[in-house]
Design a protein around this ligand. Structure first.
Ligand code: RAT
Ligand code: ZN
Length: 402
């Protein structure tokens, strides 16, 4: 390994992570999924399982969770080689907890996870992943989550809120379905709704996923909500708007969360939005590989756009390295290379361990280019850059610097 890569990897291990987008919760909410059965029934793995086994999705989802997990394990880990990134992640997690990644069944893993004290386990997982702070995804349309915000809970200072508003912009609730009737109809009601929930949640940002057809200007309901409720609320409260662009929801509804797909968006819409709203700040991630370069270009034109993460179908080692390199080449260190998007607690361990390797390779390539140009790369500079990438860029943009 070249000397510079060793330094980059060391810095990656030392610098604490600010995870800007997850689906985990403050422990006091009691909503965070964890343990081997949740890891195996992650929707990324369900999609892969139902490809290799001829089995109807309806029958799969009708099974109890433990039977689903056994089914996935048998299909992807016993009867097939777990080559995919999501499957590989489960093995990294098992190994991180001293469990056997070659096990034939789940007995050892189940015994381990069920013997853990949830609070201690939460701390252990964050330590193993090198996470200092993370941001939740808080859905006011989720009937399981919304009532929790009516009571004041003792909160973990490492865990921040983000107000997720897909149904306001024509999308679907990312939590449990069924609360659509509480979606405000007009922009005045929507603004009041946002102010109320911002007051309750104290979110670091508002967020929504958007389809590849997202356009701006746009006189549809979505366009009006954006211009007359969402962006004014963000300006008033001084928080960014996170746009996750490119998801085609439920192309295969039978698969539930595993049934979403992607498409390439026209990022001219994003540029026009940023141009018309210089007082708003936008965290932006895109789902299609084809949008990665255009997002860098948009960010070069508009300092109020901060690209973040390698989202979902981009969260593959080959693409993380490729996209991080492209971003370094076009934006220097002024972006957020990754977020975990963890839906299950222990996933942060593999998502960060794997991503750090890929980010380190991309950074090393750029440092080698500097050395070829005659510039010495000091250790302190490497640490400063890694700190910006893994922590400070995100924490500063969302105002979470203490
Ligand atoms: O990555 C995922 O798990 C997706 O299902 C989505 O949750 C996505 O990350 C989102 O936040 O919409
Ligand atoms: Zn997500």
């Amino acid at each position: 390994m070249p000397k510079i890569e060793t330094h980059v990897n060391q810095a990656m291990d030392l610098v604490p992570v600010f995870d800007v987008h997850t689906h985990l919760y403050d422990p006091s909410f009691g909503l965070t999924l964890w343990g081997i059965d949740e890891l195996l029934t992650y929707h990324y793995l369900v999609a892969e399982t139902l490809r290799v086994v001829a089995f109807s999705p309806e029958k799969f989802f009708a099974m109890p969770k433990l039977a689903q997990a056994d089914f996935v394990w048998d299909a992807l880990f016993v009867r097939n080689t777990p080559l995919s990134e999501a499957a590989n992640g489960v093995l990294t997690v098992l190994a991180a907890f001293g469990l056997d990644p070659n096990a034939r069944d789940l007995a050892e893993a189940r015994a381990y996870f069920s013997s853990q004290d949830p609070r201690e386990h939460f701390d252990k997982v964050l330590n193993l992943a090198g996470i200092k702070e993370f941001v939740m995804t808080n859905d006011p349309f989720d009937p399981k989550e919304a009532p929790l915000w009516q009571v004041r809970m003792a909160r973990d200072p490492r865990v921040h809120a983000a107000l997720r508003i897909d149904p306001l912009l024509g999308g679907i609730s990312i939590g449990a379905a069924g609360a659509a009737d509480s979606v405000p109809a007009g922009t005045t009601d929507a603004r009041r709704f946002l102010d109320t929930w911002i007051e309750k949640m104290n979110p670091l940002y508002l967020a929504a996923s958007l389809p590849p057809t997202f356009s701006y200007p746009d006189d549809s309901r979505r366009g009006q909500m954006l211009s007359e409720a969402v962006l004014p609320a963000c300006r008033h409260h001084g928080i960014p708007f996170a746009m996750m662009i490119g998801v085609n929801k439920r192309v295969n509804p039978r698969l539930g969360d595993a049934g979403d797909s992607l498409g390439t968006a026209d990022l001219g819409a994003l540029e026009r939005l940023a141009n018309d709203h210089p007082d708003n700040r936008f965290l932006v991630t895109t789902l299609a590989r084809e949008n990665a370069q255009a997002l860098c270009v948009a960010a070069r034109k508009f300092a109020n756009i901060l690209p973040f993460g390698c989202w979902w179908f981009m969260n593959n080692p080959s693409l993380i390295e490729e996209v991080t390199l492209l971003r370094l080449e076009m934006l220097g260190t002024s972006f957020i290379p990754q977020h975990s998007d963890a839906r299950v607690l222990e996933q942060v361990v593999y998502k960060w361990r794997h991503s750090k390797r890929d980010i380190a390779r991309a950074l090393t390539t750029r440092y080698e280019a500097l050395e070829r140009a005659g510039r010495e790369v000091a250790d302190a500079e490497v640490r400063r850059d890694v700190r910006l990438l893994l922590h400070d860029n995100a924490a500063r943009f969302v105002g979470a610097v203490r």
